[in-house]
Ligand binder design. Structure first.
Ligand code: BT5
Length: 244
């Protein structure tokens, strides 16, 4: 992939800028990097703390796949992020995990999140997908849904431009692989880093909580939760927490 990296000092949100560019017809490979964001966002209307020093990067992609396939790109982004963190901070090797569906953890605390947004055409075909990636290089928020960390807490100081370059290379590798070989190798790489696999978890959904064992990740990217009665339920969206 030949990335076209566009850098900004301040943006509302790199996803928002990538969205504007996509709607104006920008091609696949445009990457938007900002030093800070004034309206960084997470999933379901949540906000993403975005002070200068951290990474805020959004990738515009136009893969020729159905929308359900493109939804799996959050796993690809998490794998690429995990590898980039270990490249940037070799001392963290083995301590970087992927948390379903879209987070990367260091020593069990959230260092990074991925927000996928996409648009379909009136005929249902995918028009574009944006992979928005936030990584706490220097700063971490205090009051969060899930404990947070930053690479600097572990003694690893990196600037966002260098980190973005490494991440684009790893994402580009996995994106090419995904286009030729599909989701299976991405799924396998993600599972090697999966946080909580085989363990008891709580899944928080808008309509309530489900308790069970994180049994597997299926071919669609859904988390298979083994309920106390032994049935398996596929979870396609939600927030996962350890029990206790
Ligand atoms: C995510 O959402 O984890 C996706 C975050 C994606 C952010 C990137 S930055 C570049 C691009 N441009 C954007 O506007 N967004 C993307 P979610 O799983 O919903 O997690 C959001 C929750 O994480 C918040 O409700 C907070 O509790 C917590 N949080 C907020 N800022 C955080 C941070 N910097 N580090 C760790 N946790 C944070």
């Amino acid at each position: 992939m030949n990335w076209d990296l566009r850098t900004f000092d301040v943006l509302d949100s790199t996803n928002e800028e990538a969205w504007r560019l996509a709607d104006a017809g920008a091609p696949e490979g445009v990457a938007v990097l900002a030093k800070s964001q004034t309206a960084g966002r997470g999933r379901r209307g949540r906000s993403w703390e975005s002070p200068e020093g951290n990474l805020f990067l959004s990738l515009l992609l136009r893969p020729a796949v159905p929308p359900a396939e493109a939804a799996k790109l959050s796993f690809l982004a998490a794998v690429a992020l995990g590898e980039t963190i270990e490249l940037a901070a070799p001392g963290l090797t083995g301590r970087v995990r992927c948390k379903w569906p879209n987070d990367v953890l260091v020593d069990g605390a959230k260092v990074s999140g991925v927000l996928l947004e996409s648009r379909t055409r009136p005929d249902g075909a995918l028009d574009w997908v944006i992979a928005g990636i936030g990584a706490n290089l220097v700063h971490k928020p205090i009051h969060t849904l899930y404990p947070a960390t930053a690479l600097a807490d572990h003694g690893d100081i990196h600037n966002p431009v260098d980190f973005a370059g490494w991440l684009l290379a790893r994402f580009g590798y996995w994106y090419a692989r995904w286009k030729t070989d599909g989701f299976a190798p991405v799924r396998e790489a993600w599972l090697k880093r999966a946080h909580g696999l085989g363990q008891q978890i709580v899944v928080r959904l808008p309509e309530g909580e489900l308790h069970g064992r994180f049994a597997a990740l299926d071919d669609s990217g859904a988390l298979l939760l083994e309920l106390p009665d032994g049935r398996r339920q596929a979870i396609t969206a939600g927030d996962v927490f350890p029990v206790g």
